[in-house]
Write a protein that binds this ligand. Structure first.
Ligand code: HEC
Length: 224
């Protein structure tokens, strides 16, 4: 009787141990302890961003043309917890950001250990890519280590990008669709003053032609 009880208890214990072992073993085998993540993050981000930018508010090119790097520097205070900006600055939680505009995404930076999502990201830090990244780092590269929610205001992003550009340069700014007519008008007014004057007071027109459209564009930005 007693012996029988011990035998049953022993086998029950043994079965429990085997079941537990199988559970742990299969968990490890199927990597149930790790979050699952597809190998390829196949988001066609560039297209999506361009479409989005076209819909809402002034275009990125316009914001960059009218933006202010000094305001970008003030916003960059949110970044300095993790980033330095000066040339040769140390990598911290995030990489040093000197001369980042136009650089390949997630490369270089004195050997900073980028996440595989950012290091494996195609392309370079174009203005569009930086804008999308700073809007939502997680949307741009889901596995990124940059735990920063993003800058919601398009103006803020443009100003920060201008500030980044001020520190190490970058490719030429995209041509702003709204600012072009202003430049043309100013140039045309200048031509008119030099050649046969079709309008009276071409010099005066040249003096005021530039500020006017710029003011109008600023008003449009403020309304948005
Ligand atoms: C909490 C820390 C943190 C904050 C705040 C932060 N970043 Fe980052 N940033 C990182 C980390 C970490 C990475 C590397 C991301 C990766 O490897 O996935 C990074 C990467 C970047 C990169 C890519 C650099 C490259 O060479 O590819 C840029 C650009 C960048 N950050 C800009 C900014 C800007 C601008 C701000 C402020 C608006 C900011 N970050 C705020 C931590 C931060």
């Amino acid at each position: 009787m007693n012996d029988n009880f011990n035998t049953i208890a022993g086998w029950t214990l043994f079965a429990g141990i085997v079941a537990l072992g199988l559970s742990i073993g299969s968990g490890l085998y199927f990597q149930a302890d790790k979050p699952h993540r597809p190998h390829e993050m196949g988001f066609p981000i560039e297209g999506v961003v361009e479409a989005g930018a076209a819909e809402e508010g002034p275009a990125l090119a316009t914001l960059l043309a009218e933006g202010d790097p000094a305001q970008g520097q003030a916003i960059f205070a949110k970044c300095t917890a993790c980033h330095t900006i000066e040339q040769g600055g140390a990598n911290g939680i995030g990489p040093n950001l000197f001369a980042t505009v136009g650089e390949p995404i997630g490369k270089g930076k004195a050997g900073f250990a980028f996440s595989s999502d950012l290091a494996g990201h195609d392309g370079a830090w174009t203005y569009e890519n930086l804008d999308a990244w700073l809007k939502s780092p997680k949307a741009f590269a889901p596995g990124t280590k940059m735990t920063f929610a993003g800058l919601g205001k398009a103006e803020d992003r443009a100003n920060v990008i201008l500030y980044l550009m001020q520190n190490g340069g970058g490719p030429p700014l995209p041509a702003p669709p709204a600012a072009e007519p202003a430049e043309d008008a100013a140039a045309a007014a200048g031509d008119a003053a030099a050649g046969p004057a079709t309008e009276p007071g071409a010099d005066a027109a040249g003096a005021v032609a530039q500020p006017q459209p710029a003011a109008a564009a600023n008003a449009a930005t403020a309304n948005d």
